[in-house]
Design a protein around this ligand. Structure first.
Ligand SMILES: Cc1cc2nc3c(=O)[nH]c(=O)nc-3n(C[C@H](O)[C@H](O)[C@H](O)COP(=O)(O)OP(=O)(O)OC[C@H]3O[C@@H](n4cnc5c(N)ncnc54)[C@H](O)[C@@H]3O)c2cc1C
Ligand SMILES: *[C@@H]1O[C@H](CO)[C@@H](O)[C@H](O)[C@H]1NC(C)=O
Ligand SMILES: *[C@@H]1O[C@H](CO)[C@@H](O)[C@H](O)[C@H]1NC(C)=O
Ligand SMILES: *[C@@H]1O[C@H](CO)[C@@H](O)[C@H](O)[C@H]1NC(C)=O
Ligand SMILES: *[C@@H]1O[C@H](CO)[C@@H](O)[C@H](O)[C@H]1NC(C)=O
Ligand SMILES: *[C@@H]1O[C@H](CO)[C@@H](O)[C@H](O)[C@H]1NC(C)=O
Ligand SMILES: *[C@@H]1O[C@H](CO)[C@@H](O)[C@H](O)[C@H]1NC(C)=O
Ligand SMILES: *[C@@H]1O[C@H](CO)[C@@H](O)[C@H](O)[C@H]1NC(C)=O
Ligand SMILES: *[C@@H]1O[C@H](CO)[C@@H](O)[C@H](O)[C@H]1NC(C)=O
Ligand SMILES: *[C@@H]1O[C@H](CO)[C@@H](O)[C@H](O)[C@H]1NC(C)=O
Length: 621
């Protein structure tokens, strides 16, 4: 998870490198009027996977269009920087004011760099549980349950085991069945802060918390070691660029990636049947428009914010909204920009009076230690700088967070709601039907002991972020009607459904019991800093969470669901073949298609979806 640093040092460095990247690696002014078999819009996490797989057949030509640049600066390569947010490669704008969070606005941050989110994220690699993906299949997507996705989870990953000495010191284990021989390398770093052992002692003494060999085999709630996207061979970040693009760039002349080029809209050859034929792009170098064409398909991989925006500006979306923005309606699809989901997170924090040396905070407070660990990384590629995100996780079901009768009550009251009461007012009949189908599944998951409602990342200090993994509220993404090509307007709608608030209160109450565990004595006294022990009733806790924008974040950078894979009568946007309904030659392969957000971090799922997309698109020739 992220700690946002306000230190200007990294930032200044980053800006200098951006200028360099922009001036030296710019390219692609000569694609004007050219035709490729496929155009992939966005050279991010999913786009590079699909481009790699399609160009395995050397007769297939692919053009990848990326608005960002290649980023070779330390922030994009050295694992520890996963703790910071490299804003130089992010497009970030404020959300719409959130009605249930005191009308505060929160950043919407999406990657703008070759490799996309995989270059800037916290590197946590966490698949959801089996039931999270089985829900996708239950929603009407044959082949997209856990069994259909597991081969692609494995195909995309290789596990680099922890060196035996460190593994036995910290009892680090993993389940080898979960991984294959794929391009993305996963690793649980040898370096662990010593207090993590105290946390494991606490975990072992929790009632009813399973401790399996490892994560990522579809298992549900439990305590696990879980890997980060780190390539142990050279102790660097493992990204979609490093795994799927760099190894093939020099040899595959059928693969072309252009940078600094923004796709503005989709071009169509025909209105009946509506057929995508290419895209219009604008180069940052000269601000000129150029058209490029696809013989077979235009493939959207611009992420869950920009892929729906491209559909909208191209006339595919809710008719009412498009007309208001002065855009010709080509296909009235209410799903585009609806069903917005992310992991709202409570930034629970405790102080531990007797932390060991070193701990995750030492780097920021002790300059000598900082110098030492950087020197160690630069010469040996080991130590604290060779890792970042937490590799110990605690996932819990709702019955574990409260109790079975309380969870059953939440589930029953959820089913009894009039769904439109808490949904965005723009939701029309098919979207409400689709939400009801989601609700039938979610209501079961809320009482289940095999579906997770929170995933606490344990770093070995008192930071205990609590992302809500089963959000019942739904956000929206709409065009800025006065400037449709500007960043779209995102309304997170966090806590619109009051049951989300109840579940977050359960997360806080459980955290209090967890930190009261007697096994914390070695680091005690332990005190609740956020939200604060002074808040005791449910109302007081919720009020503390919703009145301070630093305490409850609507996002962990996991936007999804904005072009959902669901049947069209349920307000879907793409089918199980990932083709946009009612349009020929147009597919979506990124986080937009996720119908229900899984209970993990998103990149694991995005890689698997993109691998499966590669096979589906190849198969239709
Ligand atoms: C700050 C942050 C932290 C995160 N932490 C984690 C984590 O620890 N673990 C985890 O699993 N997940 C994490 N995630 C989420 C994960 O990284 C994303 O879900 C995933 O990368 C999304 O992949 P994608 O292919 O859908 O989109 P992206 O990877 O964002 O790719 C979209 C690409 O399209 C490009 N693009 C967009 N619009 C256009 C256009 N019009 N023309 C040309 N190019 C365009 C973008 O520049 C970008 O490169 C984090 C995300 C963020 C932002
Ligand atoms: C938030 O803004 C809306 C619309 O402007 C207003 O009706 C509402 O009272 C505001 N809520 C808070 C808590 O300020
Ligand atoms: C590892 O496991 C052994 C046996 O359960 C236990 O005694 C030891 O304390 C554990 N070490 C850590 C660091 O958790
Ligand atoms: C990709 O390959 C081309 C052709 O060999 C080369 O010019 C370019 O620099 C390479 N790009 C990267 C980022 O390695
Ligand atoms: C392109 O347009 C943007 C926005 O209008 C402007 O900031 C930039 O300077 C322009 N670049 C060139 C090369 O004209
Ligand atoms: C730690 O060292 C690195 C590398 O020298 C430096 O960039 C960073 O600013 C230092 N951080 C602190 C908090 O001193
Ligand atoms: C700071 O780090 C140095 C080097 O690791 C260590 O020797 C020293 O004890 C630390 N100081 C404090 C106050 O922890
Ligand atoms: C690198 O590793 C060697 C061998 O373990 C060790 O002696 C040396 O001190 C390390 N260098 C740094 C800078 O930590
Ligand atoms: C179950 O939890 C609820 C709230 O979390 C609490 O009010 C109730 O007393 C608990 N019931 C039992 C049987 O523990
Ligand atoms: C919409 O675009 C206009 C024109 O660029 C801009 O001034 C305005 O701030 C945007 N609105 C929002 C809510 O972002």
């Amino acid at each position: 998870m992220k700690v946002i640093s306000t230190s200007g040092v990294a930032l200044t460095l980053a800006l200098a490198y951006t200028a360099l990247a922009g001036s030296t690696l710019h390219d692609g002014l000569n694609v004007d009027g050219k035709t490729y078999d496929y155009i992939v819009v966005g050279g991010g996490t999913s786009g590079l996977v699909v481009a790699n797989r399609l160009t395995e057949d050397r007769r297939t030509t692919v053009l990848v269009i990326e608005r960002g640049y290649f980023d070779d600066k330390p922030e994009a390569i050295i694992p520890w920087y996963g703790n910071l947010l490299d804003t130089s490669v992010l497009a970030s704008v404020p959300s719409a004011p959130n009605p249930k969070l005191n009308n505060a606005t929160f950043p919407v941050s999406v990657a703008a760099v070759v490799g996309g989110g995989s270059v800037v994220n916290g590197m946590g690699y966490i698949r959801g549980s089996k039931s999270d993906y089985d829900a996708w299949e239950e929603l009407g997507n044959p082949g997209w349950g856990w069994d259909g996705l597991y081969p692609y989870f494995r195909k995309s990953t290789t596990f680099d085991p922890t060196a035996p000495e460190a593994a036995s010191k910290f009892n680090i284990t993993y389940d080898p069945r979960a991984y294959g021989k794929g391009p993305i390398h996963l690793h649980i770093p040898e370096f662990q802060y010593p207090d993590i052992a105290t946390f494991w002692d606490v975990l072992k003494h929790q009632n009813s918390v399973a401790i399996p060999l490892g994560s990522n085999i579809g298992n549900g709630p439990g305590a696990y070691w879980t890997p980060s996207t780190i390539d142990a061979r050279d102790a660097t970040r493992s990204t979609s660029r490093k795994g799927y693009y760099d190894p093939v760039n020099a040899t595959r002349t059928n693969l072309r990636l252009i940078t600094g080029q923004t796709v503005k809209e989709i071009l169509f050859s025909n209105d009946k049947p509506l057929t995508a034929k290419g895209v219009r792009i604008v180069s940052a170098l000269d601000n000129k428009s150029r058209n490029v064409y696809a013989r077979k398909e235009v493939i959207l991989a611009a992420g869950a914010v920009q892929s729906p925006q491209l559909l909208l500006v191209s006339g595919i979306g809710p008719g009412v909204q498009l007309r208001a923005a002065g855009i010709k309606v080509r296909k009235d699809t209410p799903a585009v920009g609806a069903n917005y989901q992310d992991h709202a997170t409570t930034m629970i924090r405790y102080t531990l009076a007797q932390q060991s040396f070193p701990n995750p905070d030492t780097i920021f407070t002790n300059a000598t230690y900082n110098d030492t660990v950087w020197a160690e990384y630069l010469s040996n590629k080991t130590g604290a700088i060779a890792g970042a995100s937490a590799t110990t996780l605690l996932l819990l079901s709702l019955p574990q967070l409260s109790n079975f009768s309380s969870a059953s009550s939440v589930s029953a009251r959820y089913l009894a709601q009039n769904p439109s009461t808490y949904l965005p007012s723009t939701y029309s009949a098919p979207l409400i039907e689709g939400y009801k189908a989601q609700r039938r599944i979610l209501a079961k998951r809320l009482t289940s002991t095999s579906a997770s409602v929170v995933a606490h990342a344990l770093l070995g200090n008192g930071f205990f972020p609590g992302p809500l993994l089963k959000p019942l509220s739904r956000g929206t993404l709409v065009l800025n009607a006065s400037d449709p090509y500007n960043f779209p307007i995102i309304q997170y709608n966090t806590l619109m459904n009051p049951l989300d608030g109840e579940n977050i209160v359960s997360i806080v109450r459980h955290a209090r019991r967890f930190f009261a565990s007697p096994e914390f004595v070695p680091v005690s006294p332990v005190m609740e800093l956020v939200p604060g022990a002074q808040y005791s009733t449910d109302e007081q806790i919720l009020d503390a969470l919703t009145s301070d924008p630093m305490v409850l974040w609507p996002t962990l950078g996991h936007p999804s669901g904005t072009c959902a894979m669901m049947p069209e009568r349920l307000g879907g946007c793409v089918g199980p073949d990932l083709k946009v309904y009612g349009v020929k030659g147009l597919s979506v392969v990124d986080a937009s298609v996720i119908p229900l957000i899984p209970g993990g971090a998103l990149q694991a799922t995005v890689y698997a979806v993109a691998e499966k997309a590669g096979d589906l698109i190849k198969a239709r020739g």
